[in-house]
Structures are given as C-alpha cells and as structure tokens.
Design a binder for this molecule. Structure first.
Ligand SMILES: Nc1ncnc2c1ncn2[C@@H]1O[C@H](COP(=O)(O)OP(=O)(O)OP(=O)(O)O)[C@@H](O)[C@H]1O
Ligand SMILES: [Mg+2]
Length: 257
C-alpha cells in the first residue's frame, strides 16, 4: 500500500562509478514527491546525465537504492550486482539531447513500435493514440514523414510523444534543447511545459535558466557526486545558500548574457 504522503522516487546512498575508477555519484540522496518537477543543474561532468541514465535503468550502480512508488526498483549492495525491476523501468520515459528516433520508420511508425512490442497493443489502437499525441503537439501533418525530413525541434517533439506512448509515470529530460538552433528551443519547451500543467512528474537537466525557472517546482544543484543544494527555484536560482551554487549560477548567467 502506498500512502498519499509516500514519495514517488526515493534515491538513497547512490554510488556510481565507471570501471570503479571515475567516481561519478558519491552518495546521492534525493526524494521526489508525485507533484515534483525537479530541475537538476550542475557543472559539466558532474554526473547529471549519469543520474538520469541510472533512473532510467540503463546503468549498473555500485551501491545504493532507488524506490519507485513504494516498490524496490534499483538496488546494489556493493557486491557488484545491480538489480533492476524491468516492470518499473517500463513506467519511466526518457528523452535525450541527441535525437534517438528510428531513421527507417516514419513518425507514426516510431510512436507505435514500443506499445505494439512491449504491450501487445493493436496497430489501429496504437496509431489512434499516436495521432492524438501528434495533434496535441502540432505534428499531425508530419505523421508520415521520416525523421530525416523533420527539423530538430520537430524530432524532439516526436521523441517526447514517443516516450508518452507508454504512459510513463515519470519523464526524464536530459538537455533536450541544447542541440537545437535557438529558434527551435521554445516549441520543445512549450511541449514540456504543457506536460507539466498536466502534473506529469519529471526530472529535467537543463542549462536554460528561463526554462528552469518556469518549469521547476524544485531545483537540485549537484556537484562532486552529491546534492549540494535542493530547494524551490526562487531560492536555489535566486538566492542560493551555498557558495558553490552561487558561483555556478553566476557563471551560467554570465555565459548566457
Ligand atoms: N560510459 C562512460 N564511461 C566512462 N566514463 C563516463 C561514461 N559516461 C560518463 N562518464 C564520465 O562520468 C562523469 C559524469 O558524466 P555525465 O555525463 O554524467 O556528466 P554531466 O553532468 O551530464 O555533464 P554535462 O553537463 O557535460 O552533460 C564524467 O567525468 C564523464 O567523463
Ligand atoms: Mg550530461
């Protein structure tokens, strides 16, 4: 049983290294409520993508645990084996910085593939749901286009729609606009803001401070493999408590201006 107050995600003592040498996450503790939209910021190489990949069940971990919706999801006790519940993993969607659409399938084909394979959904049903999403995202007229025929912004919106086809309970976005031409950023951010209005829980890595301020219910500053600061956006972005956070924010703003 899951009480109303139970967190959606509870990350405890998460340690992750690559090859035992590059220690990336060094004891991360994060708790996320169902209504949270968490923006993760931090220095390059600080482990933001690694954290999202771990949450997506794509990485082995060294130690620690992730509990999702009250159920054990990922765990490792240091003996070298990571246990991941595949059923929980299927309830999480992720969109990456670089487009990951299947180039040989048209847009509809990209959207219906996983629901048909993973859930055994019928083609007509899946296609109808896909058209609904594409319409919502202003992409209905692109249903039969191939990825190579789309703009970067359109590709990312299709990637988001594709992830939504599996009815995720949590969405992870890793710098989904940073490879885009500036004029295409807003159309992708609008789609994510629309999901936020519908109360989709999400974890977002972004260097876009406007977007961070507008989407976040919480901002987490990660550096050196741990959470340095965690709070509401107006606090962490506006008047950070920690010197390291302040330095980072000033530097990022400076770069942007
Ligand atoms: N597959 C891998 N094998 C070995 N080391 C890796 C691998 N992936 C990432 N790393 C290392 O782990 C560290 C954290 O990388 P990660 O990509 O998580 O950082 P990040 O915070 O997302 O950085 P950025 O802001 O540049 O995207 C870096 O030192 C990186 O070189
Ligand atoms: Mg990254």
């Amino acid at each position: 049983m899951m009480s109303a107050a139970a967190p959606l995600v509870r990350i405890e003592g998460l340690h992750k290294s690559y090859g035992g040498v590059v220690k990336v996450l060094q004891g991360l503790d994060i708790e996320m409520k169902a209504g949270d939209r968490v923006v993760v910021i931090g220095p390059s190489g600080g482990g933001k993508s690694t954290l999202l990949r771990v949450l997506m069940g794509l990485e082995q971990i060294d130690r620690g645990s992730v509990v999702f919706g009250g159920k054990p999801y990922i765990s490792a006790d240091g003996s070298g084996k990571t246990t991941i519940d595949p059923k929980v993993r299927r309830s999480i969607g992720m969109v990456f910085q670089h487009y990951t659409l299947f180039p040989h399938l048209d847009v509809i084909g990209n959207l219906v593939l996983a629901p048909m394979k993973v859930r055994g959904e019928g083609k007509a049903d899946a296609a109808a749901r896909a058209m609904g999403l594409l319409t919502r995202f202003g992409l209905a007229q692109k249903a039969n286009a191939y990825p190579a025929q789309l703009s970067g912004g359109q590709k990312q919106r299709v990637a988001i729609a594709r992830a939504l086809m599996l009815d995720p309970k949590l969405m992870l976005f890793d710098e989904v606009t940073s490879a885009l031409d500036p004029e295409l950023v807003a159309e992708v951010e609008q789609v994510i803001l629309q999901l936020a209005q519908q109360q989709m829980p999400m974890v977002i890595v972004t260097h876009d401070m406007w977007f961070a301020r507008n989407i976040a219910s919480r901002v987490i500053f990660c550096a050196g493999g741990v959470v340095v600061e965690d709070g509401p956006p107006e606090q962490v972005l506006g008047s950070p408590k920690e010197e390291r956070t302040r330095e980072f924010i000033e530097r990022v703003f400076h770069i942007k201006h």
